[in-house]
Design a protein around this ligand. Sequence first.
Ligand code: ADP
Ligand code: MG
Length: 465
Amino acid sequence: MDDFSSILEPLKEKLKEKTGAAKTSFDLWFGDLNITSFTEDCVVFSTPTKLRKKILSTRYLQVLKDSLEETVGFPINIDIISLDDEDDFPKYSYSEIPREENESKKEENIKREKDIQSILKDTTEKRTILDEYTFDNFVEGESNKFAKAACMAVAKYPCEDQNPLFIHGHSGLGKTHLLYAIMHHIKKNRPELKIVYKTCESFMNELIEAIGNRQTAPFKDKYRSADVLLIDDIQFIAGKESTQEEFFHTFSTLYEAGKQIILASDRPPREINPLTDRLRTRFEGGLIADVQPPSFELRTAIIRKKSETLGITLSSELVDYMAERLNNNIRQIEGVIKKLYAIVSLTGADVSKESIEQIISIVDPGNIPTNAMIERILSAVSLKYGVSVEDIKSKKKTENIVNARHLSIYITRKLTDLSLPAIGKIFSRDHSTIISSINKVDINIRTVKNYEEDLNSLIKEIKGL
Ligand code: ADP
Ligand code: MG
């Protein structure tokens, strides 16, 4: 099992500070708190008993999530399980399955991957990611120029003309970066302003918790006393009626008091569905700015800037090569450069097209567009099991359908870089069901004869090898 002490220790320090709990009560609730799994989108905590789980999940959920996000430096979901609860079993036996790799290099890659992780941890500990999310570090191109200018205007003159500011664009194109840049700027130049930043998800969780504890007044106060309110990933409000209701009132109170509201979303307001008309009208009532996928020029500029920051020298031929190969999103470019940095500092190797290619194959296996990959997976599994794609995605519980579903989920996790919740969406299930499907396949691999061979040949077929 992984050792998460480098996260747990600072996390517990933060918790101590934030809860202000006396030592005995702190030890009682948090002393035995552990992390059992850490994936890119969810951290599962474990605690020995159901009672502790209950207290942590009610009284301390938000502070735990906030402290964790501050410690790791990015928004993340959390889940809590108790070790004496069998229903929680699938969650704590979950370990990340390795994503697809070049078979012959598997072992070498696994070792390298571990070393890379330790180096990456080191760099993120020294400088938290969020410190780097400034306007200065935001590379400008045609595709994001307008959004950047809009954000700078709001940062310089908050609570004036542009209200609300609504930024939208696909994932990985810099929206969160821009929100943080606004916050940095305001904090520095207008320290008297109260800034509240939340992801839509944690806004929702906080609201649900406040309602559950019958303590909505402090919740309302917190949001309605903000001078600048930023809500990230607001698209998640779709279909959440009570959150929409509460957010509408928060929005109106702030708006009427002339306070600044900034929203980021992966789609424009008209595509957030279902959304009440009155909120949609509010979202559309200010300035809307989008970020588009980066052009070749912007990609090269970003690759240059990010590699220079890390002290890697790349010839312009290599920069162009990377920009050609990585045309998806900026998060992916960043991921490749960070891994490149780790490899260069680890092995002292020169950067070559081959090393870049190898990293891309880890970060972006197959380089087949995700949608096409999902289609391939579903049709291959459907053919093999004689089950229709519709049935695989349905709620039906017939044994062969269930098996085909587990397998499709497992392979999707292995061959795409989709997060657990994103896979959940495809199969209309929540992320813990996805985790348990992956577990079932994992168990079959270990216990059922020839299962792994069959699985591997199916995967080969899907990849078109
Ligand atoms: P989003 O919120 O749109 O999904 P993020 O803001 O999280 O995307 O950006 C993903 C990563 O790419 C971040 O690390 C961010 O710093 C980086 N990034 C995005 N756009 C730019 C840019 N124009 N210049 C520099 N870095 C960028
Ligand atoms: Mg974001």
